[in-house]
Design a protein around this ligand. Structure first.
Ligand code: UDP
Length: 251
């Protein structure tokens, strides 16, 4: 069993991208529905005051370290964390392997038209991929039964849900059994990036561990969310002091 590192009460898997994909392959073989989350600093911080999200993450089959903040926190707390496993990158890795492994995808979430554009992009990038359905992420409670039914009937192996955090995790958790989809993953802004609605940070910024800053600047509506990172750093520092360990350099 791969190692887990507890960050602010959430066990995060200390794995590489390759190991994450191998674990997912195993879940698909097993066909027992599981929920997978990709945890960045904002999600981990939110889980400290959102009990439902906290319980969902504690029970998730896999929580990958999405973001420089999560990797930093693990190191700061004195644990190994081999690399960042971001939701967008993991989704691309799974899609790249899909034609050969015959994995079927369903794209659920984002504004009307976006999941369809992401599907077209995936079909161009990964010839032979089977995307068995798409549905936008704007709905009322009254629509939910029909959405679940539609996804069930499409019989995907992997459901990518892009409803934002924590809506996607809560929705997936609530419907996991009923959906019967082996692997359900919350993927945030993945379809927006694939559809070209939103840009991902340039590689140099990702490498400089500044993707969080890029996202905050590109979406002024989210600027307030930039505060999540310093708050997260302070909380991790506090957790470490509680554990009586030594200090290192944040980010
Ligand atoms: N979204 C959705 N339904 C909602 C709210 C958001 O489908 O009720 C979509 C939104 O269009 C975007 C995605 O969720 O494509 C991720 O949103 P955001 O970037 O705000 O979330 P994050 O994952 O960064 O928290």
């Amino acid at each position: 069993m791969p190692k887990k590192v507890t960050i602010l009460g959430i066990p995060v898997d200390a794995i590489t991208m390759r190991e994450a994909v191998a674990r997912i392959d195993g879940f698909i073989e097993k066909r027992e529905p599981v929920l997978i989350a990709t945890a960045n600093a904002e999600m981990l911080l939110r889980a400290t005051h959102d009990g439902e999200l906290c319980r969902i993450l504690q029970g998730a089959a896999l929580v990958t370290p999405d973001g420089a903040g999560t990797v930093w926190a693990a190191h700061h707390l004195g644990h190994a964390m081999p690399e960042r496993v971001a939701g967008y990158d993991m989704a691309q890795e799974l899609m790249r392997k899909a034609p050969e492994r015959h994995w079927r995808f369903y794209f659920f979430g984002s504004a009307p038209g976006v999941a369809e554009k992401a599907k077209a992009k995936a079909e161009r990038l990964y010839p032979g991929i089977e995307i068995v359905g798409t549905r936008n992420g704007f709905f009322t409670e009254a629509d939910e039964a029909a959405i679940v039914q539609e996804i069930k009937e499409a019989q995907p192996d992997i459901l990518l849900a892009a409803l934002g955090v924590p809506k996607q995790e809560k929705w997936l958790s609530r419907h996991l059994r009923e959906l019967g989809v082996p692997v359900c993953i919350g993927v945030g802004g993945t379809f927006d990036v694939m559809a070209g609605v939103m840009k991902r940070a340039p590689l140099w910024m990702q490498r400089a561990k500044l993707e969080w800053l890029f996202r905050g600047l590109m979406q002024p509506k989210r600027a307030g969310r930039l505060l999540a990172l310093p708050k997260f750093v302070l909380k991790v520092h506090a957790e470490k002091s509680k554990n009586g360990q030594t200090k290192s350099n944040p980010l």
